[in-house]
Design a protein around this ligand. Structure first.
Ligand code: NDP
Length: 331
């Protein structure tokens, strides 16, 4: 084992700019923790781009190594539940936020954050899914728990070509739902059809500006990954007794709505969090993702890059221009 490791480091300049550079760092600089992991794969999520560009809501201390996802092999551990050579993954908690994260050949983390790799997933597959997959699956699980079955009608997915969105489309289609995918990308219709979307609509079609409190009932369920006015419009168009999940904010953190969809149509709005989600629930959802919920077309979803290519992709994800998932190969 070398005494240094390669990582994408974000540094704050005296002019309050944030620079991203691949550097070699001493292993002794890793934070304290129970389990040292040789990272084989990480992935790029929207939150990583916020961290890498100095968003204080995500990361307060620099120099920093982003990366909220990591999968790899245990090198050493001071807890009995993990042993050298175990295949493991870590998503969420404080990884990549204020704890150095997965855009590095090594991470050291508390044992409570570590998930044993399910036997039916490879390390590579676990990171094609990553936080985005966990979040998409938690959203689907939220609809199922609210008894939204495929026979009730169409399910809308917003931000559908993004990480969470494309995986939500894939899982819903695999489970037999009729998926309507909303996208801002006119060139991605074939991609969404391949993942299983029955219908693809442009963002402008569900970006209602009239301020009406209710719209024609359409969706049995909604998986929203963008927030803002698209979420507000989706709530107004949800059928009697339908359910909407909310996990993201790329279109805005504000939600302007009335109580009418909730009190006249019994619509339910459910928040989704993958970061602090309990370990029991995580293990349950990952076991589904490794089996019946595993997306059929994982290969179609992924673009594999190196650490050196991350800065370019970070800039693309901030502009909403990523299709599917970005896998970072650190082997
Ligand atoms: P991506 O960038 O991969 O996907 C976001 C997609 O949203 C884009 O690809 C685009 O898809 C669409 N989009 C982008 N900008 C806008 C806009 N201004 N208006 C409407 N749609 C837009 O991000 P992720 O999938 O990684 O994350 C999506 C969101 O979910 C983020 O806000 C992220 O922070 C959040 N998140 C939350 C988690 C949680 O635990 N609550 C966990 C993971 C993510 P298209 O062009 O197809 O419309």
């Amino acid at each position: 084992m070398s005494a240094t490791f390669k990582a994408l480091q974000v540094t704050q300049t005296p002019e309050q700019q944030f620079t991203q550079e691949v550097v070699n760092i001493g292993l002794d600089k890793l934070p304290p923790g129970d389990v040292l992991i040789r990272v084989h794969y990480s992935s790029l999520n929207y939150k990583d781009a916020l961290s890498a560009t100095g968003n204080r809501g995500v990361t307060r201390q620099f120099p920093h190594i982003p990366g909220i996802d990591a999968a790899g092999i245990v090198v050493n551990s001071n807890v009995p539940q993990f042993k050298p050579n175990d295949l493991v993954m870590v998503t969420g908690y404080d990884l990549g936020m204020n704890t150095w994260g997965g855009f590095a050949e090594y991470i050291r983390v508390p044992a409570e954050w570590v998930v044993p790799l399910p036997s039916d997933l490879t390390l590579q597959e676990s990171m094609i899914l990553g936080t985005a997959g966990l979040t998409a699956a938690l959203s689907v699980n939220g609809l199922i728990q609210q008894e939204i079955t495929p026979s009730l009608g169409e399910v809308l997915v917003t931000g559908s070509t993004g990480g969470v969105g494309s995986l939500a489309v894939s899982i819903l289609a695999k489970l037999g739902y009729s998926v309507v995918a909303v996208t801002g990308k006119s060139k991605s219709h074939d991609f969404l059809k391949k993942l299983g979307a029955k219908l693809i609509i442009n963002r402008s079609e569900i970006d209602e500006q009239t301020g009406k409190p209710l719209l024609k009932e359409r969706w049995a369920g909604v998986i929203d990954t963008v927030g803002g006015n698209l979420l507000a419009t989706a709530i107004k168009s949800t059928q009697y007794g339908g359910c909407v999940t909310a996990c993201g904010l790329v279109a805005g953190a504000n939600l302007t709505t009335t109580v009418y969809p909730f009190i006249l149509r019994g619509v339910r709005l459910i928040g989704i969090d993958s970061v602090q989600c309990s370990m029991d629930k995580r293990l349950l959802i990952w076991s589904k993702l490794a089996a019946a919920w595993k997306p059929t077309y994982l290969d179609e979803l992924v673009t594999t890059i190196s650490l050196e290519q991350l800065p370019e992709k970070i800039s693309e994800i901030l502009q909403g221009n990523i299709q599917g998932r970005i896998l970072v190969d650190l082997r």
